[in-house]
Design a protein around this ligand. Structure first.
Ligand code: UD1
Length: 439
């Protein structure tokens, strides 16, 4: 297992390129199950989650060939498989994105339930209700979702849940509706840019989708879908993370391949803290060298502040004078990073669905443990701001969603090293590879 060793205190400076979006790549790759043509995807990030999706697709008869520059050719070679096995699904929740495409195209899907994770319980009831509304018979048995349909039939589907809409649920129902008979209207649909990107890809395959970017999607089913060529949208979460890296180190960086309109609410929060964000000719400039102040923020579905940026903003606010409340209305339990930030000297108090952060004049390096993808990023950012050395363990979480984060941070002047984590043996504790005998 790898860990990061971060020696903090250096203001970041320089220019890096943001990769293609993970959260677009995953549903788009899954959607290729719907088509009987070959598609070419550009700017597919090289991530553990993308590799997991590629492996899952290979098990489902989809050929995926990637070259070094992130261009990936995808096409179905065998339509018989319809079982997404537990061993492949458990590695990544977004594996559930194969459910809608499988049942729509192959008439049957047996997909392992993804289970909970460190950011909450994460049910899929809305995905299942949506597919049932389209006429699929859906049951859960032995830890698997089993869905069947001769041909799905268009219907009205509402995707509102207790915490807003569902992003991958929208992807599943949208994909399924493209091959359903007649018209489907999806209300309370996710408006996230990655869903818009998926919709554009489906239109490229020959689907008839309207309303992308709004909360009401209209899909007129077609008989078949072909192939297309598509460039993935830039990763707005990676972009936001790098923007916050500039701010937390009081540095100034330029970012290539950013869609600023996908980051409106993040830019608004950053500007309210005093960070300068502006467009230059072909890049975004983020300047955190001025005096910063605290500001409250709330994570909500798009166009709100993304829950995937909440932890990184919390880290930034921990270094800014004043008190701020950070709330997460999408995943109200997503505050695992708070306890680790305390280890770095932050003043963070967890409440129900929110944390109160009081900025301190300096964070100090410590050993911390990553608990999930974005919490890992927050800890690395805090480490960049902290005095001395911070080790962030379990950064396999980070590798799921950031393409070479340490390489990009180093290019901006950060002192970040990836090293193999060999925990020192403590008397009475297990050493790596050792097993304790039962009984
Ligand atoms: C996607 C993103 C993830 C992001 C999240 C919220 C991908 C691959 N992942 O995850 O990075 O953090 O959106 O922006 O795109 N819910 C239900 N019932 C359901 C489904 C969800 O109640 O059937 C709830 C969830 O518990 C959560 C909220 O709805 O509180 C949003 O979850 P959802 O949008 O489904 O998250 P994902 O699509 O899994």
């Amino acid at each position: 297992m790898d860990m990061f060793v971060v020696r903090g205190g250096r203001p970041l400076a320089g220019r890096v390129r943001v990769s293609g979006a993970k959260n677009a790549a995953l549903p788009l790759l899954a959607a290729t199950i719907l088509s009987d043509g070959v598609s070419v995807l550009h700017d597919v990030p090289d991530l553990v989650d993308v590799r997991s999706m590629e492996r899952l697709l290979a098990s489902l008869g989809v050929s995926v060939e990637r070259n070094d520059s992130g261009t990936t050719q995808v096409g179905v070679v065998d339509e018989a498989p319809c079982i997404a096995d537990y061993e492949l699904v458990r590695r990544m929740r977004a594996s559930i994105c194969v459910l809608g495409p499988l049942v729509a195209r192959r008439g049957r899907a047996v997909v392992s339930l993804p289970g909970g994770c460190n950011i909450g319980t994460r049910p899929i009831d809305l995905h299942l209700a949506g597919l049932r509304a389209l006429g699929a018979e859906v049951e859960t048995r032995n830890g698997y979702v089993v869905a069947r349909a001769d041909r799905l039939v268009g219907a009205r589907v509402d995707l509102a849940g207790p915490n807003g809409t569902t992003v991958t649920g929208t992807a599943n129902v949208l994909c399924a509706a493209t091959l359903a008979e007649g018209r489907t209207t999806i209300t309370s649909a996710a408006r996230e840019p990655e869903i818009v990107d998926l919709g554009r890809f489906l239109v490229g395959l020959g689907a008839r989708v309207e309303g992308l970017g709004t909360s009401e999607l209209t899909v007129d089913g077609v008989e078949r879908l072909g192939g297309t060529e598509h460039v993935l949208v830039p990763d707005r979460i990676e972009a936001a993370t790098l923007m916050i890296a500039a701010a937390i180190t009081r540095g100034r960086v330029e970012l290539d391949n950013v869609e600023l309109e996908h980051l409106g609410s993040v830019v608004e929060v950053l500007r309210s803290t005093g960070v300068v964000v502006r467009e230059s000719d072909d890049a975004i400039v983020v300047d955190g060298t001025g005096t910063l102040r605290a500001v409250d923020c709330v994570a909500r579905p798009f166009p709100g502040v993304p829950t995937d940026v909440q932890a990184q903003l919390t880290a930034l606010l921990a270094t800014v004078p004043g008190q701020a409340v950070v709330r997460d209305d999408v995943f109200p339990e997503r505050f695992m990073h708070a306890a680790e930030l305390l280890r770095l000297g932050a003043d963070v108090r967890a409440g129900t669905g929110s944390v109160t952060v009081r900025g301190v004049s300096r964070l100090t390096g410590a050993n911390v443990m990553a608990s999930d993808l974005r919490a890992s990023a927050a800890l690395v950012l805090a480490g960049l701001a902290a005095e001395g050395e911070t080790t962030v363990r379990r950064i396999y979480h980070l590798d799921r969603g950031y393409e070479g984060l340490e390489v990009k941070l180093r290019a901006l002047g950060a002192d970040v090293e990836r090293v193999v984590d060999v925990p020192a043996a403590v008397p009475g504790e297990l050493v790596p590879g050792e097993r304790r005998q039962a009984g």
